[in-house]
Design a binder for this molecule. Structure first.
Ligand SMILES: [Zn+2]
Length: 433
């Protein structure tokens, strides 16, 4: 029989094919009698043992490999021995080459599809994946970001902490939760901690305490996105107060448009929305005022330098009516509470904020499209170790990026983590399922 197996130490003796799988029976090729590992005396043949292992599919059919091994016995120690075959993974009941094939694909296809194709239990695929993930966690190391983004994204049934490289648009790390017990060890064990120059995040208070002691050169900047969002929400709460009070006539005209008035910048309003804004100005002065407060707040971020921005904020706060507009007052207070970190925006390389928002949206898109039914560990690994996305952004591609990013001496072996736009397209193509 032709040896299609190509596995050392065994030869195929029979082949059975049924509807769902192929079974190959193979026997060990017996050589000289081995000697006893304990006492060194020669062993005697003592029957045979047969075990079934999964092997790589043949012609799209799962393969069962029935390995018949000679069993040996030592007359002195009374010990029986079945010789080990190096190509078998006894724990997984599969050949090592199959386990390797699974490791190559398990993070980029569904466990279920892989289990069916190979004829193994889904749980076995899962266990092989968990072994692989544990290895990757120990061995893969991404370059510490100079500009680090930290945010929360809903993923695998909880809010997870995503750490990104904002200069290269890569995911650097995913933590189970954004809490001190998760963040502190992360910062504590971070290699090249002194390389981090900027940390961009939201206004979550305990955050500074978690990295402060560990990142000696990092400055915090609160992302513009989170500050502007508070202004939008403040306007929106005023809008909701009016929604119910609109007369029937006005409702038809305004109701549809009014929502968009509150969330769009003036330059992007449609004709109908501009008309609705005129109705608002004529009939709802309090709402019109809220609209103007939101817009003038947004314009602070359009200013080119820090001093002008600070002055504009003080002016804005001055104009804020003493009564009502609760959420606008809360916004003013928040800016006061995080003053230095918010106005640090004007000190740092300008692209940070856009990169932050893009990264955040990118990761959110990925998480929305991820396959369901996986545990957090698996989903994290599918993102963090996605091969195709890891290739992008490593080494030489980084010449033209933000100043302060160490591109000199970057060798192709340097990895920055999975590239977020590539992750997004992978997720869209179902490659992260
Ligand atoms: Zn012995």
């Amino acid at each position: 029989m032709l040896d299609l197996l190509n596995l050392p130490g065994i030869k195929p003796v029979d082949l059975r094919s049924d509807r769902d799988s192929v079974t190959i029976v193979a026997e060990t090729v017996d050589g000289d009698l081995p000697s006893c590992p304990d006492c060194g005396r020669p062993l005697y043949r003592h029957g045979k043992r047969s075990n079934v292992f999964a092997d790589t599919p043949i012609e799209m059919q799962p393969v069962r490999l029935e390995v018949v091994r000679t069993r040996y016995r030592c007359e002195t120690c009374r010990k029986t021995i079945v010789p080990e075959l190096a190509f078998l993974d006894e724990r997984r009941r599969a050949t090592k080459r199959l386990v390797n094939a699974i490791r190559k694909r398990c993070l980029s296809t569904t466990f279920h599809a892989l289990a069916q194709e190979i004829g193994l239990a889904v749980n076995t695929i899962k266990n092989i994946s968990l072994d692989l993930i544990a290895e990757l966690d120990k061995t893969v190391r991404y370059e510490t970001p100079t500009i680090m983004g930290i945010d929360e994204v809903s993923l695998a049934g909880g809010y997870r902490c995503i750490i990104t490289n904002l200069a290269t648009h890569n995911v650097f790390q995913v933590l189970e939760y954004r809490t001190q017990p998760h963040l502190k060890p992360f910062f504590e064990n971070l290699p090249d901690r002194d390389k981090v120059e900027w940390v961009c995040t939201d206004m979550w208070r305990p955050f500074k305490a978690s990295f402060g002691p560990y990142l000696p050169n990092a400055k915090l900047v609160v992302d513009k996105f989170h500050v502007d969002k508070m202004a939008t929400e403040a306007l929106d709460s005023e809008r909701k107060k009016y929604q119910a009070e609109l007369s029937n006539d006005e409702r038809v005209k305004v109701k549809k448009s009014i929502r968009w008035i509150t969330s769009k910048r003036p330059g992007r309003l449609s004709a109908a929305e501009k008309e609705a804004l005129i109705v608002v100005r004529a009939n709802m002065p309090t709402l019109a005022e809220a609209y103007d407060l939101k817009e003038s707040f947004y314009r602070i971020y359009d200013l080119p330098d820090k001093e002008a921005a600070i002055r504009a904020f003080f002016d804005w706060r001055q104009q804020l009516p003493k009564k009502g507009y609760e959420l606008f007052h809360r916004l003013a207070k928040t800016v006061d509470n995080h003053f230095d970190d918010i106005f640090a925006y004007w000190d740092c390389p300008h692209r940070i904020t856009n990169a932050y928002t893009e990264a955040k949206n990118g990761v959110a898109k990925v998480s929305n499209r991820m396959g369901r039914g996986y545990s957090y560990d698996i989903i994290r690994a599918k993102i963090l170790y996605a091969d195709e996305a890891r290739k992008i952004g490593s080494g030489v591609l980084l010449k033209s990026l933000v100043k302060g990013v160490p591109t000199k001496g970057a060798s192709p072996s340097i990895e920055y983590g999975p590239h977020i736009p590539t992750l997004v397209s992978m997720a869209e193509e179902g490659k992260l399922d």
